[in-house]
Design a protein around this ligand. Sequence first.
Ligand code: ADP
Ligand code: MG
Length: 636
Amino acid sequence: MIELPIYGQDNTLPAAEEGPILGIDLGTTHSLVAVFQHGRPRVLTDEQGDPLLPSVVAYPEQASHNQPSAVGREAREQASTNPTRTIHSVKRLIGRSLKDLGHELATLPYQLASAEDNDGVRIVLGDLHLTAEEVSSHILTACRERAAAALKMAPQSLQRAVITVPAYFDDAQRQATRTAARLAGLEVLRLVGEPTAAALAYGLDKREQAKIVVYDLGGGTFDISVLELADGVFRVLSTAGDTHLGGDDFDRVIMVDCAEEIRRLHGFDALADPESRTKLRQIAEQVKKTLSVQEETEFRFSHAASETEYQRKIDWRMFQRWIAPLVQRTLDHTALALKDAGLRPEDIDEVVLVGGSTRVPLVKAAVAQFFGRPAHDELDPDQVVALGAAIQAGILGGAVRDALLLDVTPLSLGIVTADGTVSRVIERNASIPAQAKEGFTTYVDGQTAIKFTVVQGEREMAADNRTLGEFELRGIPSMPAGLPQVAVQFLLDANGMLQVKAKEQSSGIEAKIEIAPKHGLTDEQVETMLQEAWDHADQDLELRRRAEVKSRLDQVMIAVTKHLEQAKTSLGESEWQRLQEAYEDAQAIDEQTTVEGIRGRLDELEQAANPLAQLLMNDVAMEAVRDQKVSDLLDK
Ligand code: ADP
Ligand code: MG
């Protein structure tokens, strides 16, 4: 449920990839592709103006390579003549093993085999063995091609996408979806939860806080999600649903009832004949859709070979009676989801309808009755998720300003310190908005400016992380090194804007930088970075410790050198002796010296320099720091 924020510099992606970011709703039944343009999200259509791309892929007879013969409407239309080589609902398979699928296997018209090299499944079409990722990638490729045609751009210029996934998708399913995208030549900038996308489409992120229910009744699946919006951050409180409940079931009840009558009247078993069955289902779906806008329609079916001519009036009352138990089941799941979230229907502020099947008047009425309020249906329920994906794409592309970006930070944000290590200010996985403060000081005497480099990442050394920006605090009053107290504040707001402010306390001078959220880091890059941090954790830690201790020692040595004259005249004989020796030992440090070795000499030098520190403090009359050690002065 964690949605990753993206930061970056302009130079993090090759310029050639700067085409629009696609927002893709990769659905079980239909997929859609949208973009954010001219200040608004827009779903792209095919040449006929159809925004829906059936998630159906057909493979040629006896093909041994994995190139589809048709994708989308064309594939669906030829499904009845080529049922065993036409794959639909591949979303049910993605990221799942044969074991996960269980009884689902029986419902699939094609054969599945277990993959040899991993847990995944293979769809077996004769000699051709396909992974769900490959089939999904063919749908995504079709989305990309549709976008290229609609935008009159080369497909190669469309390389980045935001893709939606069900809120309940686990890591394996999300990872497999990313793989599918990669196979289609798309880099996934973000996977967004479908309910979150729907809420974005309705602009609900503009609310201060709200409890939102997203009711998504599609073709074959029902998902109910309870979201909480607080300070621009969406959280999924609960999800429930049924992976085998949807508009297809509405079609089926019509189809079965009519097929039954056809058998009785004409003695023809239409369900037993694959071609007639497909035809019946298509007619049933049309009847259902008509009943969403009309009170009555006709079911007409003819079959030449059996001399069947069938015609029947169906009105919305009959249809409602047929589907009432199915609609009731959606409400039962809804009640469960609410219970899981610890909420009652009256606690819900916004209800959003998603999925083509929410056009059915009975569904709308049932949901409204359940919550005691009308649900949002102003947007096209087929398009809501894709529109939300495009808005997210707009946010990542920098086109949408005042919008929610993230709910947790995926990587830590910090400042590079003088020794080249990173001081993390906001930790990874902090929920946003977030703010944190950290104290810094000068490195050399009389230093009047400090350069701050803001980085993102988990590695200990600055160079291994990603630089987000730099700024300088100038005009610091001239003081001995380590005395100025500079407070650095990180403010990460819900829009993903990061503001870093540095303020020198005694003078009140300030400097700041604002870093806008940008595309740049893909989830994968985030993962790679995390993996690298993990792989190098020990080595990094060693390097960091060494760098820190060494830097501290250098500072003490610098301070001591500055005041050698004074030390010689003002310190007692033994004090001077000790300081001299400690200083020489510190000077003798080289590459071979261990961290412990450096630390030992640092401790000794600090102690030896303590009497000198007392003298210095009197000189600068620093009341407040009288009881501190020199090292505290040097390194705040
Ligand atoms: P998915 O998210 O599972 O891909 P969709 O949200 O695209 O599914 O919904 C597809 C379902 O919506 C199909 O069962 C389709 O018949 C149904 N549907 C589309 N338009 C209407 C309508 N006007 N009335 C009733 N059902 C509709
Ligand atoms: Mg859907």
